[in-house]
Ligand binder design. Sequence first.
Ligand SMILES: [Zn+2]
Length: 334
Amino acid sequence: MCKMEVKDMSLCQRMISLGFALAIVGNISQVAVAEEGEWSSIYKDVVEHLNRDIEPNVPTADIGIYYPANLDEGFVATFSVQDLVEEVVRAKKIFAVAGVQLNLLWIKSGDIDPSYLEIQANDIATMIPGGKYANMYRNSRREQSGLSREANDAFETIIEKHPKNDRTVYLLVLQDVFMSFYEQLDERTWEIRTISTGGLSFPGYSYPTIPRRLRGVITVNRSDSKRGIVAHELGHKLINVSHEYRDVDPQHEVRADGGLMFYGTGTEIASGEDGRWHRERLHLSPYLYIETENGRRTWNADYQEGGHYYDPIYDDKSVEFDAIDEPMVDGSKK
Ligand SMILES: [Zn+2]
């Protein structure tokens, strides 16, 4: 049964007519190519339909979706192409309120190396606990921890080479993406915790050394009709902030409603200093461009220092805050 809201019924019916219901039980592989590493576009009509509201002269982010054909059936039953499309529709609405449109380039299907269906995201070997004298964003830049070798290999293999790789966001569906972080147990003791993520955005503030061609990747393996996982992860990538909102600094464990960047049902992308410049930072994102009616495209300026939180492109649109002398327990590098 289609779970879209009533006002999206035309899209809902269209998706069903195009066979989205079949995708739920895994029949999507029927339209995919068999060769590993080759991708074919699927549901082009749906993509076209989703882009019907794209207008000229509005800041735009391009998004491509990779949905592997060889996912396990049990996984597909919990997260179908339709579920992902619904997440994208929700994200489009949330970002439209902030004056940004999301343009879906394509949905592609094909087989991937099965060993990449479950990956460890970050490199544990180079990870250290954050120092207590600098805030989280400054610590992230100093640590320079990055992708695990496996994640790097997976993304390098899966994301097709394109001149605009570094300006495109890729939603990549994998079955399990694990991420590790340090949890402080007492004054001098830290422990590594590994969690399974629902979505992981690999944002500049946390992965300033990610290979440029791969920097647009976001892994997704779950949908949540209340939270909007894709919108939240796009927030990490495009606003380039962690879990923070208004007067709440990012190192708190934040399960609350209000802002898009909390763990909750909030969708606000606030503006101004009181809003921690989220909307302004979004509009400065190097993933955004404006295209005129005659097709002339102008991209935002690129990061100057790899896209850390205080990258010079943000000028005064970043917040200075002190280190918080308490354990980081929320895996806030997610
Ligand atoms: Zn998050």
